[in-house]
Design a protein around this ligand. Sequence first.
Ligand SMILES: *Cc1c(COP(=O)(O)O)cnc(C)c1O
Ligand code: SF4
Length: 344
Amino acid sequence: MIKSIEELEKFIELSSGERQWFEAQGEKLPLLVSRYYLALIDPSDPLDPIRRQVIPSIEELTPSPEEGRDPLAEVVHSVLPRLIHRYKNRVALLVSDTCATYCRHCFRRRFTATEDKIISPAEIDGVRVYLKEHPEIKEILLTGGDPLTLSDQRLEQLFKRLYGERNDLTVRLCTRIPVTYPQRITSKLIAMLKKVRRGPIYLMTQFNHPRELTKESIGAINLFVDNGFPALNQAVLLRGVNDSVEVLEELMNSLLFNRIKPYYLFQGDLVEGTGHLRVPLKEGLILEKELRKRLSGLAMPTYAVDLPGGAGKVVLTYNYLTGFNENVAIFEAPQGGQVGYPSG
Ligand SMILES: *Cc1c(COP(=O)(O)O)cnc(C)c1O
Ligand code: SF4
């Protein structure tokens, strides 16, 4: 793991903006990059899309006025210190504050790499009781940070307690580790998950660029999928990383071919210090429209924005329904021209 400027400079030459981040004082999401992920960077390209995701720059330390530390008001929506219950039928549990590599676009930097560390047995027990008292919860998202920073043994204990009295839970394992540190995904981990599961466990990954689909990361995904853990991807739309139709098209097709269903493409949240990585929403909508023309329905993710203040996720898509004329809905056809359909 690379943590310091001295270690980093053995591999890449820093730009002045990157160097300034290291020199600046103040609260910062620390540098942490696995050797594996660092090796995906082309050191000769200062604009490398892998580099942009993990090497900090001074732009992070000049937040814009519309940004906040907790734009989705997750703290307010927390029913226990680590449990966010925003939607009636599903909860998100922040299992660990740590990741194998820190993303500069991290939307949960109020929590990531802080002092919250790993969920304690007492906290797990609180969640178990909450799940028992709330049978309307059907899905639990294990997230963080990254839940796969826990040892196999701790993960096993966590699963055992969470299933507790509940045999009807769908679990989502939300992790970027198959992308940033695929060596963590071992047959031992998979065997433990197979043994402990009492229902479906979905693997939710975050591939943002086609170059992240390497032999190693695909191998990690294969271990999951071959053993009955379906894989879905939640990409983040990022300036200078994947803000072109060509890159997104290649990413989604590669994901699909490798048995990872593209699920969401997220508009960047208004998190402090991520403005230089955010793509304007209007631009995102243009990309979505073009992408929908090029991709199959199966390869097409849902472009979505998580509204500020915790108001919820909203689907963003080009509006083909242009209006109504008497009892006829008028559509702009994707191939051009107008077409009516009886609206009832
Ligand atoms: C995004 C999110 C979910 C999951 O939402 P889906 O649209 O079902 O993927 C659940 N809980 C919280 C707090 C979330 O932010
Ligand atoms: S893996 Fe997720 S939680 Fe960790 S730094 Fe990246 S975006 Fe943040």
